[in-house]
Design a protein around this ligand. Structure first.
Ligand SMILES: [Zn+2]
Length: 339
């Protein structure tokens, strides 16, 4: 709760008008030395994660940047250069509009920079901006320029929306329904079912009548919570890919068979550099077969009449990646959500 307030104060301080440089006749005399280097403060607020990045230069300027994570998308909130001077444990910050803020430097070592009054009257510890952290933040900023997704997972809080630069603007999830990371296979579903089972046969198939005919649940089940496990378990707008969107993926990405963290599967890389990994979790009938050798992913589109036995799937293996049509609806396959 406090942090929310701190961030607000900080925002107000940094956004209150003034874009031209004025008052360059600021107080001479004080030395802008001793705090050279780059530091960051990691905060949490109602907006999500917030990083305050301060980069002090020898000539008395401080480059300030604020990066925040709003609704899963990192973005740069502020980017401004301020003048600073440091004397007797006090840091005097002069903004371009001439407003002045005084910050107390409580401690300043190789390990940390502890400030009072940044962002408000509280005490906060800034950590050195190592190359690694700098790269992370640059990656966040780079990702923020993407329309509505990341180009790769920015952290371990999966699932993420991955932007592959596809013509339709479709965003793909970084992992499967039921998986907690890209390398996990997740859950297997019969086509049009949203629960998992021990066996995926005509005998156990919810939409099969006496092993002879099939219930008509429509020719496309994408985004119908009753039939679509992506929508059911991840909620709208997540949904299964249609045949057309699966074909769009194949024709607008390059695919490579790789082992990622010891798990075989295929990457799909878009023209914008965005990339997803589909693990080869096999297929599931009486048991889970083909694990590590191939992987089957449902599309939401039926093959043939609405009472057909089959639906379209994506099939991946070392040798091939293709859309198949004669796949028994009752079989258990993986689902990779889109939106
Ligand atoms: Zn992810």
């Amino acid at each position: 709760m406090t942090v929310i307030l701190l961030t607000f104060v900080c925002v107000e301080f940094l956004s209150c008008g003034g874009d031209d440089d004025a008052s360059d006749g600021s107080d001479g005399g004080s030395q802008a030395t001793n705090i050279i280097g780059s530091w960051y403060l990691h905060l949490f607020s109602s907006k999500g994660e917030v990083y305050d990045v301060l980069a002090f230069s020898q000539n008395g300027t401080c480059h300030f940047q604020q990066v925040s994570n709003k609704s899963g998308t990192y973005q740069k909130d502020y980017d401004e250069t301020v003048q600073y001077s440091y004397q007797d444990g006090k840091m005097r910050i002069t903004r371009s509009d001439g407003s002045i803020k005084t910050v107390e430097v409580i401690s300043y070592t190789q390990q940390d920079l502890i400030l009072r009054n940044w962002p408000d009257n509280g005490v906060n510890t800034f950590l050195p901006l190592t190359n690694e952290v700098q790269q992370q933040i640059e990656k966040l900023l780079e990702n923020s320029s993407a329309s509505s997704g990341f180009k790769s997972c920015p952290d371990i809080n999966h699932p993420h929306m991955i932007d592959l630069g596809l013509p339709s603007g479709t965003i793909w999830a970084c992992c499967n329904v039921g998986a907690s990371k890209p390398e996990e296979y997740g859950d297997f579903y019969a086509w049009g079912e949203t629960s998992t089972k021990n066996q995926y046969t005509t005998g156990t198939y919810e939409w099969c009548i006496n092993g002879r005919s099939h219930v008509d649940i429509g020719e496309d089940i994408s985004c119908v919570p009753q039939f679509d496990p992506a929508t059911k378990h991840w909620s709208r707008p997540w949904r299964m890919p249609t045949l057309a969107l699966m074909e769009e993926l194949l024709s607008n990405t390059t695919s490579e068979w790789i082992s990622q963290d010891g798990v075989n599967g295929r990457t799909f890389t878009g023209r914008n550099g965005g990339k997803i990994f589909l693990p080869a979790g096999g297929n599931f009938i009486n048991s889970n077969t083909g694990v590590g050798d191939y992987g089957n992913y449902w599309t939401s589109t039926i093959f043939g009449m609405t009472t057909s036995w089959y639906a379209y799937e994506l099939y991946i293996s070392l040798e091939t990646v293709r859309v198949d049509h004669e796949n028994y609806r009752c079989q258990g396959k993986m689902v990779r959500p889109i939106q």
